[in-house]
Ligand binder design. Structure first.
Ligand code: NAD
Length: 260
């Protein structure tokens, strides 16, 4: 379905991004992996994915806490594969604290990694996409791009901003063959959430299972985690021709969280 497409997925060494990269590769796209991690483990992942799917798989390690590096990442993908057809801005981090105690450096890091790097990546990828009159941009936002929770001011602000950026880009390219959408997952069991479970277990003196049921999934009516595979299937669909009229959307995949 995505044969001969080139997909760049930021933050694809782990969690949701890795699931998206696997799904794009399985659908026939060449994939540029990106993210932080142990270089040997990432090289294993890169070769494993290439062997399993038969597509070309690259890796580039830009640190998006310096958000302008996102443009370098796009340029590196164009240099290795010739172009970027699918850009997924997925890299993200979390920090939880009351707003009046929020570390300024953590606020800045979240804005840079979640929002500012997406701006730089889109800015760099758009000229080529416009020239070819085709492209798909997907921003992995969050249910927290649509509603707030206490103690997540930086994350909620950045994800709301990312949805605003999504809508603006979609309007600017509406008469072309490009689309730009945001996917808004509820809780997915990835390292990012495992860290929150561990912190809450210590803070409340509760076992892991009770933290998951009573705290983490309290807002998610289905009371189960969204899976990486469910998000990946939505992303692959958005990259197909039949999704060309879906643009500027912020699509919840959140077990009913934002229906409340
Ligand atoms: P994860 O921690 O498993 O993966 C995060 C990825 O981002 C990794 O590849 C990591 O290397 C990369 N990254 C982090 N800091 C970076 C930096 N400075 N420079 C470059 N890369 C960096 O987390 P995840 O849960 O898979 O999250 C992926 C995205 O999905 C994030 O944007 C997150 O906000 C969003 N999201 C996650 C959930 C969830 O419940 N897990 C829910 C909604 C939205």
């Amino acid at each position: 379905m995505l044969k001969n497409k080139i997909a760049l997925v930021t933050g694809s060494t782990s969690g949701i991004g890795l699931g998206l990269a696997r799904a794009f590769a399985a659908a026939g796209a060449d994939v540029m992996l990106h993210g932080l991690g142990d270089p040997a483990a990432i090289e294993c992942l890169r070769t494993e994915l290439a062997h399993a799917t038969g597509v070309r798989v690259g890796f580039y390690a830009a640190d998006l806490s310096r958000p302008a590096e996102a443009a370098t990442l796009v340029a590196a993908t164009e240099a290795e594969f010739g172009r970027v057809d699918i850009l997924v801005n997925n890299a993200g981090i979390q920090h939880v604290a009351p707003v009046d105690e929020f570390p300024v450096a953590s606020w800045q890091a979240i804005q840079d990694i979640v929002l500012n790097s997406a701006f730089h990546a889109i800015r760099a990828a758009l000229p080529g996409m416009k020239r070819r009159d085709q492209g798909r941009i997907i921003n992995v936002a969050s249910a927290h791009g649509l509603v707030a929770s206490p103690f997540k001011s930086a994350y909620v602000a950045a994800k709301h901003g990312l949805i605003g950026l999504t809508k603006t880009v979609a309007l600017e390219v509406a008469e072309t063959g490009l689309t730009c959408n945001a996917i808004c997952p509820g809780y997915v069991l990835t390292p990012l959430v495992e860290n929150q479970i561990a912190a809450q277990a210590i803070a409340h003196g509760l076992p892991r299972e009770r933290v998951i049921r009573e705290i983490i999934l309290a807002a998610q009516p289905t009371k189960r985690f969204v899976t990486v595979e469910e998000i990946a299937a939505l992303a692959v669909f958005l990259c197909g021709d039949t999704a060309r009229s879906i643009t500027g959307a912020a699509l919840p995949i959140d077990g009913g969280w934002t229906a409340r």
